[in-house]
Design a protein around this ligand. Structure first.
Ligand code: SOE
Length: 391
């Protein structure tokens, strides 16, 4: 393969997502044939903490001023792992400064921000820059196998799609406030955090778009102790005075795909016992698939073409070298985990930069998802009336 210049990355944010992205930048060139990549700078607000995180997660330097970092000539990629309210400002500035950009999902906190980001990307794309939104579950090998089965017509015309993402880390009323529970920083709650993943996956796996949705959002626990956690808002000590929660705890929707299938969507962070339970089911005229993130190395496939006496869902263990991305890891039969999806995502991104081919998930995909989320909120305000997803 022709040599390609080393791509130097600066990541902004070093909490949960910064940590997840760091391990991916650290491993991607070791396991995949991609352009050389260097973890150049890790950026955060607290100089001492970000320096410690940089040393631990393999970054050459740390810094506290992202504006200064995006102007540096020796940085090629800006990776935005900061809370949602900072995505638009940083991503647009980085694109204007000539950088390739990765943005953690959801793309932004509002449709208006996502539209501005897409406009900035379109201008940058004409200059040869690339950008993605990190919907990392597209890069679960079993999800890619599912997408290919649908694309190859093995399911036939689709009738039903059911997608849910259930977690329980907010079930305890004593779990403290964090940026994820404030509208001004997170944009929404489970809707944006988890709903963005499944809205993207439904559209990605089926190759169709969500056209209209009727849905709702609700908040079960309206106040929580202040005293934010330091770990991406997931764990913490809290203990401060009660503060109002300004985002949803759960959201749902019934939608239509462009091809006519009916879609059920459900997300919550208060389903006790569900740790990272994202499921996707697709039922077609000729076949069906089921996936569960808590068993991410498996895909269940029902092939209507099987003989009548032999039909049944069969478990495909997506652990073989022939499966997407899997061959880069361990010998056949050895499982992979959640963190690998980030490595796969960055491998795809780096190669799209090298080959100058379209990068995905694109900012247009991110905007499309944002419009689905906005339609669910709008429907919720209108007593669950159906709302068309804007084009
Ligand atoms: C928290 O709900 C969270 O970490 C999400 O923010 C991630 O996107 C998801 O992958 C796991 O759950």
């Amino acid at each position: 393969m022709a040599s390609y210049k080393t791509l130097r990355v600066a990541a902004i944010g070093y909490a949960f997502m910064g940590k997840a992205h760091s391990q991916a930048w650290r491993n991607v060139a070791a396991y995949f044939d991609v352009p050389p990549v260097e973890q150049a700078v890790l950026v955060g607000r607290n100089a001492e903490h970000v320096a410690a995180a940089a040393a631990r997660f393999g970054w050459a330097e740390s810094a506290t001023d992202w504006r200064e970092v995006i102007q540096r000539d020796d940085i090629d990629i800006i990776d935005v792992c900061a809370p949602g309210n900072m995505h638009a400002e940083i991503a647009i500035a980085a694109l204007e400064a000539g950088k390739h950009v990765v943005v953690e999902k959801p793309i932004a906190n509002s449709v208006e921000e996502a539209e501005r980001m897409l406009a900035a990307f379109e201008a940058a794309s004409a200059r040869g820059q690339h950008a993605i939104v990190n919907f990392n579950y597209r890069r679960v090998p079993a999800i890619e196998v599912a997408r290919r089965l649908v694309a190859d017509g093995r399911l036939g015309p689709l009738h039903h799609v059911r997608a849910s993402y259930l977690q329980d880390w907010l079930n305890d009323p004593a779990t403290p406030m964090s940026w994820r529970l404030r509208r001004e920083t997170a944009g929404s709650g489970a809707l944006g955090d988890l709903g963005s993943h499944i809205a993207d996956l439904v559209q990605h796996v089926t190759g169709e778009s969500i056209d209209a949705v009727s849905g709702g959002v609700t908040t079960f626990i309206g106040e929580r102790p202040g005293g934010d956690s330091g770990d991406g808002g997931i764990k913490g000590t809290g203990g401060g005075a009660l503060e109002k929660v300004t985002v949803d705890d759960a959201a749902w929707g019934t939608a239509h795909l462009s091809g006519g299938a009916v879609v059920q969507l459900e997300v919550t962070r208060l389903a006790l016992g569900c740790k990272n339970a994202m499921t996707l089911e697709v039922y077609g005229e000729r076949g069906s698939i089921r996936f569960d993130l808590e068993n991410l190395n498996e895909l269940w496939f029902f092939d209507g073409a099987d003989g009548a006496g032999e039909q049944g869902f069969r478990r495909i263990l997506v652990t073989e070298a022939d499966h997407p991305w899997v061959g880069a890891w361990w010998p056949d039969g050895h499982i992979i985990g959640w963190e690998h999806t980030f490595v796969h995502q960055f491998a795809e991104f780096l190669n799209s930069i090298r080959d100058d081919t379209p990068s995905s998930p694109s900012f247009a995909d991110g905007l499309r998802v944002q419009r689905v989320l906005a339609a669910i909120e709008e429907s919720s305000r209108r007593s669950s009336q159906a709302v068309r997803v804007a084009e």
